[in-house]
Ligand binder design. Structure first.
Ligand code: GLU
Length: 479
């Protein structure tokens, strides 16, 4: 809900289009193709009834397909009361560009259901989800080769398992039925590392950014991630994993956390795991010890810090608060957290923004691995792991033999031996594939960012990479 007197801004969909237009103005696309890429191909609206608590409740849901230059199309399903057609279409467009940027071979799609999942118990949610899935499945808007949903805000592994089961019940002879949706639990056709994937991708994106001192300098920073002060907005799946990994593995200080019911600040750093545990127990951050609490959570975004990670809803950095943002590096873990107007203001101020379509692409990247796993019907690493271990064993045995011959002059440390001997399991392979994807995509953006005089920010660079790949795909099809 906007405050009375708040500055009015373009809608989310218009905001995405404005950013798209800024990029295509720098390209030489054939006439008509620009429009073809920008528009949403189709949006299906469904209203269905479910009998719950003795009466029929009508729910409204959407599945939007933005671009089918590659199929299946891909994108999550969101459960929130704020879901609407404009939002679903903006998110579907972002999925198209995101998949192109990280070379996940999909078109873009997104779905949403206008519902507050906290209003319903588990059994009711299952019935609502299955009914929504039924409506989409019968129109091929959920299908392993045409349209593959995944989790988004308000949904997770549980909903994906219900959807997969519903699809299977309606397509009992489809041997690839598990590939109709990603983000499933591990025991129901999921893949190791999918839950953490988007947050992990944010960490890998920041690590890659910090490998280039000139990029770090452009964000008015220096050195490494160690000791950098970070404010995170939203400790949901994405924000929690990103903050946790950056704190535990990169030495960053999480100085601020903004949540629905308020915000926490502690210049000495908050313990992410403990705040997360507090939220799980108390339903919010209110009352958390070891931090200063402010009832207006959004004000934490304006605290002094080096890196700001908006990981909640779209439009949270807008013309009403942008002038008070102090961070010089923003990484968009959420989709569309910075409005087009705020983006322009921050760019002019010299703030570096690592854009959503890159920053949060870890989720769809690991979804891609899951889909491939489902289609190949075999877990990653199953064929190679022991073979890899036995080859490593050969090297260790030989080194130990040589060592004995030269009289124990040196020896292999037990720690090295244990690590070296262990063949990669699925989780390690998934992380390695994700890291490689995030690095390659960053490099493709920065080549344009630094290589073209008319490109001054990473968002336009990301759009240029994505749109030119989509263009190539359309050309190959003869459009
Ligand atoms: N909902 C996530 C996103 O916005 C994941 C999509 C997917 O895995 O298909 O990127």
């Amino acid at each position: 809900m906007q405050n009375p007197g708040a500055i009015k801004e373009p809608s989310f969909r218009e905001s995405v289009d404005l950013m798209f237009n800024r990029a295509v103005a720098l390209m030489d696309l054939p006439p008509g193709l620009e429009e073809k890429i920008r528009v949403c191909n189709a949006t299906y609206t469904v209203r269905f009834g479910v009998r719950l608590r003795g009466q029929i409740h009508t729910f409204t849901g959407y599945r939007s397909v933005h671009s089918e230059h590659m199929e299946p199309v891909k994108g999550g399903i969101r459960y929130a009361l704020s879901v609407n057609q404009n939002e679903v279409e903006a998110l579907a467009a972002l999925m198209t560009y995101k998949c192109a940027l990280v070379e996940a071979p999909f078109g873009g799609s997104k779905g949403g259901l206008c519902i507050d999942p906290r209003d319903w118990n588990d059994d009711e949610l299952e019935r609502i989800t299955r009914r929504f899935a039924f409506e989409l499945i019968k129109r091929d808007l959920i299908n392993p080769s045409q349209n593959v949903p995944a989790p988004d805000m308000g949904t997770g592994e549980r909903e994906m398992a219900w959807i997969a089961d519903q699809y299977h019940r309606m397509n009992t002879t489809d041997i690839n039925s598990q590939a109709c949706v990603t983000g499933k639990p591990l025991h129901a056709g999921g893949i190791a590392g999918r839950v953490e994937a988007t947050g992990r991708g944010v960490q890998y994106a920041l690590r890659e950014f910090f490998r280039y001192p000139e990029d770090v300098a452009a964000a008015q920073l220096s050195g490494t991630l160690d000791g950098k002060r970070i404010v995170v907005q939203g400790l949901g799946n994405v924000g929690y994993h990103a903050a946790k990994f950056l704190q535990e593995e990169d030495g960053a200080l999480i100085v601020g956390i903004a949540e629905r019911d308020g915000g926490l600040f502690n210049a000495a750093g908050l313990n992410v795991e403990s705040v997360h545990g507090w939220i799980a127990k108390h339903g919010g951050v209110t009352g958390y010890p070891d931090a200063t609490f402010v009832a207006d959570g959004a004000s934490v975004l304006e605290e002094e810090c080096d890196i700001l990670i908006p990981a909640a809803l779209e439009g949270t950095i807008n013309l009403n608060n942008v002038t008070r943002i102090q961070a010089t590096l923003i990484i968009e873990a959420a989709n569309g957290p910075v409005t087009a107007g705020a983006d322009e203001y921050l760019r002019n101020k010299g703030v570096v923004i690592i854009p959503d379509m890159y920053a949060n692409a870890g989720g769809v990247t690991v979804s891609y691995f899951e889909w491939v796993k489902n289609l190949s019907h075999i877990r990653f690493g199953r064929m190679q792991r022991r073979q890899e271990e036995s080859r490593h064993q050969l090297v260790v045995d030989e080194l130990e033999r040589l060592n004995r011959n030269i009289g124990d002059a040196w020896s292999i440390s037990p720690d090295f031996k244990a690590k070296y001997l262990r063949g990669a399991d699925e989780l390690e392979l998934v992380r390695s594939g994700l890291d490689d994807t995030m690095r390659a995509a960053y490099q493709s953006m920065r080549e344009i960012w630094h290589g073209r005089d008319d490109v001054t920010d990473l968002r336009v660079a990301a759009y240029l990479v994505a749109i030119s790949r989509i263009e190539q795909s359309y050309r190959a099809k003869g459009l």
